[in-house]
Design a protein around this ligand. Structure first.
Ligand SMILES: Nc1ncnc2c1ncn2[C@@H]1O[C@H](COP(=O)(O)OP(=O)(O)OP(=O)(O)O)[C@@H](O)[C@H]1O
Length: 322
């Protein structure tokens, strides 16, 4: 499973949310040439604009708020196998929630239920207190849930910028006829889409490779591009499925600071991740699954010290766990 087990102290502690600067520039690497040449003051103003473009309706550093998404007694069966067994938990506005558990625990299935890939056998998923019910997947994207995948899924032949523009297209309002007739509204949306996509590439730190085909980008850039594309749909909730897979420790640190910046810019994040240093270092709260059941729900410190969680990861019975 992971590089580290629960019970291991994270090497990196989370920055306090109050101290984090919304719209603060990412590391110089990944900035476009134009931005690199700016003075510090110009850069600060530029990144304030970028933050506006990335999350126009954001409420910066508001802290954890009301319930945004709720799983109520969700059960999902695949034939005889119960992948989720009466799972209930909440995702609150403005938090980074970790979803962890040993292999096969039901984490990805949980994501799939939340994003409409699977319908629960019983129970309910509610977004802003409304049942997701029988909404189609694209309607769920419109209702505000976006995700990345364990295995990167990009349009290989498209440039990085095009991949993000395609993500933003899910939000366009012009009709097909409007687009075909090239109505002014269509042009305006297209221009705004490109500008916002560029801002998103800058936000995730890969603007210098905007014109490169996705397939030619280094692995870490592809992972960041997936995040930019998911953000382009202006989601209320960003679900990240093992975003640190294949990263070295320095890349994991960069990813953690990106996840914090995403939250500080007004998004709510659900994170599936096997690397305990990343999970313990970046989340506000953690839900733990084992064999499809929720076995713990609490702060990283509470979860790390929970005997049932230690037992699940170490494979010893509850009463045998220290
Ligand atoms: N489409 C499916 N059909 C049948 N069984 C499935 C399907 N998808 C998942 N499962 C089973 O459901 C259980 C939960 O799988 P899931 O992929 O959600 O676990 P996970 O916690 O994400 O695991 P991992 O960490 O290995 O990705 C597993 O036993 C898996 O084999």
């Amino acid at each position: 499973m992971s590089d580290t087990q629960p019970g291991t102290e994270p090497e990196t502690q989370p920055e306090s949310q109050a101290g984090a600067q919304a719209g603060a520039p990412p590391d110089a690497e990944g900035l476009s040439a134009e931005v690199r040449e700016m003075t510090e003051e110009e850069r600060a103003a530029h990144f304030a604009q970028v933050a506006d473009a990335v999350a126009p309706d954001r409420e910066i550093a508001v802290g954890v708020g009301d319930t945004l998404l709720e799983l109520r007694d969700v059960t999902l069966r695949f034939g005889g196998l119960t992948a989720l067994d009466s799972v209930s938990f909440e995702l609150r506005r403005g938090e980074i929630l970790g979803l962890i558990g040993p292999n096969g625990a039901g984490k990805t299935t949980c994501f799939n239920v939340m994003t409409g890939v699977y319908r629960p056998t019983s129970g309910q998923v509610r977004l802003e207190d409304r049942p997701l019910g029988r909404l189609k997947r694209h309607r769920i994207t419109r209702h505000g849930i976006a995700r990345t995948f364990q295995n990167i899924r990009l349009f290989d032949e498209m440039t990085a910028l095009e991949n993000v523009v395609v993500g933003a297209d899910a939000r366009h309002r012009t009709s097909v006829v409007g687009a075909l007739c090239r109505l002014p509204r269509h042009w305006r949306e297209e221009r705004e889409g490109v500008e916002r996509a560029m801002a998103l590439l800058e936000f995730v730190g890969i603007a210098d490779r905007a014109a490169d085909r996705a397939k030619n980008l280094p692995y870490g850039y592809q992972r960041r591009l997936e995040i930019a594309r998911a953000l382009a749909t202006e989601p209320k909730i960003l679900c990240l499925d093992e975003p640190a897979a294949g990263f070295n420790p320095a890349e994991k640190d960069d990813l953690m600071s990106l996840i914090r910046r995403i939250r500080d810019d007004g998004y709510t994040v659900l994170l599936i991740e096997h690397d305990m240093r990343v999970v313990m270092g970046v989340t506000d709260r953690i839900v733990v699954l084992e064999f499809g059941k929720k076995i713990a729900d609490g702060t990283p410190a509470e979860v790390r010290d929970d005997p049932a969680v230690v037992a699940a990861y170490l494979g010893v019975p509850d009463d045998g766990a220290a």
